[in-house]
Write a protein that binds this ligand. Structure first.
Ligand SMILES: Nc1ncnc2c1ncn2[C@@H]1O[C@H](COP(=O)(O)OP(=O)(O)O)[C@@H](O)[C@H]1O
Ligand code: SF4
Ligand SMILES: [Mg+2]
Length: 402
């Protein structure tokens, strides 16, 4: 992780000139930008029928995301389960088809690559998964697991491979005796170390770590997070760390993006986001994270988020968060989807962006929170509207507890 002092300057408004020697270079590419995602949509068709296989709708898993990651940076992507984080990470590596939008990696347009060119490019982008046991073939020894990717990319030369494997194991804190063992012979934390070593084996630039510690005991989580931090320094890696738990990404991320139903609702440097969250959803998420200091814990704002995440097959119109937002204002919130934008609030830097029509008025207190009626809708019924919906007797509230 780069320290704040080492962080590169944020993107300038004027795009830099492309490097002339790179044919597929993105015209707006800048040298410090490794990942540049523009207007990304990944929609999965919902099929019905055995013979005709009709498409009856879509799951709007990722529905219009712009996201940039600088070299050497750790970008934390957070949001509730089902909001599209993994789909975004997979689309970034072109493991999902892109419905719309552009993904540039190191200036190269990934959507334009196919076959061998795409395979070659993938060497630079590796994934670490939540469940190391599920992602490691149980019939392969650690040696075979680590060699697989290196062989596929022609990186195994003569007798040097063994030395490299031992070095990789050392880097992730495992002994060389691990080479002859199978995944089931290791603990969860050790298996995740093997997963990380496998990602490192092909010498990538970017690692997408999708819930890398969610399956691990709390006592082991910090060790694996610390290992990721050490490896980043040692190998000059760039990370996209995906987590549903804000506490996991807090200490390792330079910047954090908060996702809700297929889109980013807030993006800021990690310290700014935790110190002054501006989007109602981020405020609710953060208010649910316990603070160790009992005095601070007792006096801080608590926002109860009511209702479940709406189905991404039938997302609410307007602001996607309006069905759960204690600050919702009629009718703009219901009708108009707010873009991720720079806000006009004193002390808030331009790179702290928020997708809320009323961010300024909420921050100043001009708009006060109110109770939220939970609307129960049938996610499979695309025609359902509020007139036909069932209202549950649940309300959310914001409270300053003293
Ligand atoms: N291959 C797929 N086909 C259909 N729907 C999918 C597929 N992959 C993910 N989804 C759906 O897309 C939505 C987002 O999923 P996901 O990206 O896994 O969310 P997260 O990682 O934030 O929990 C979910 O509703 C999920 O069921
Ligand atoms: S745009 Fe409206 S509904 Fe959406 S977060 Fe802001 S206040 Fe809430
Ligand atoms: Mg996921």
């Amino acid at each position: 992780m780069s320290t704040p002092a080492e962080r590169p300057e944020p993107r300038a408004e004027d795009p830099a000139q492309p490097r002339p020697d790179r044919a597929e270079q993105h015209p707006g590419a800048q040298d410090d930008l490794l990942v540049d995602v523009r207007g990304l949509k990944v929609h999965f068709p919902i099929k019905r029928g055995v013979i005709l296989d009709r498409t009856v709708g879509h799951v709007y898993a990722v529905d219009g995301m712009d996201l940039q990651i600088r070299r050497g940076e750790t970008y934390g992507l957070v949001g509730e389960s089902g909001c599209g984080k993994s789909t975004f990470g997979r689309a970034l590596l072109r493991l999902e088809d892109l419905t719309e939008g552009e993904v540039y990696f190191d200036g190269v347009d990934l959507a334009s690559l196919k076959g061998e060119k795409l395979r070659t490019q993938r060497r630079h982008m590796q994934m670490v998964f939540q469940d190391p046991l599920g992602s490691l073939d149980p019939r392969q020894t650690v040696e075979q697991l680590l060699l697989e990717g290196m062989q596929a990319h022609g990186m195994v030369k003569g007798g040097k491979a063994k030395d490299r494997l031992v070095e990789l194991l050392k880097a992730v804190g495992l002994p060389r005796t691990a080479l002859t063992k199978y995944p089931h012979e290791f603990s969860g934390g050790q298996r995740q170390r093997i997963g990380i070593a496998r990602a490192l084996s092909v010498d990538p630039q970017l690692i997408v770590a999708d819930e890398p510690v969610s399956a691990l005991d709390v006592s082991v989580q910090a060790q694996v997070i610390n290992l990721l931090v050490d490896l980043q320094e040692e190998f000059g890696l760039t990370y996209l760390v995906i987590a549903h738990d804000l506490a996991v990404v807090r200490h390792i991320s330079d910047r954090i993006g908060v996702m809700y139903l297929g889109g980013l609702v807030e993006e800021a440097e990690a310290d700014d986001l935790y110190a002054a969250p501006l989007h109602p959803y981020t405020r609710a998420l953060l208010s649910a994270v316990p603070v160790p200091d009992p005095e601070v814990e007792d006096s801080r704002e608590q926002i109860l988020l009511v209702g479940d995440l709406p189905s991404p097959a039938n997302p609410p119109p307007g602001c996607r968060f309006h069905t759960r937002c204690p600050w919702r204002q009629e009718t703009r919130c219901d009708d108009e989807r707010p873009p991720l934008r720079v806000v006009q609030i004193d002390g808030v830097p331009a790179h702290h962006r928020v997708a809320c029509h009323w961010a300024e008025e909420i921050a100043s207190g001009e708009i006060q929170p109110h109770d939220v009626k939970v609307v129960l809708t049938d996610p499979t019924d695309k025609q359902s509207d509020s007139d036909d919906s069932l209202y549950a007797n649940v309300t959310g509230h914001v409270a300053d507890v003293d």
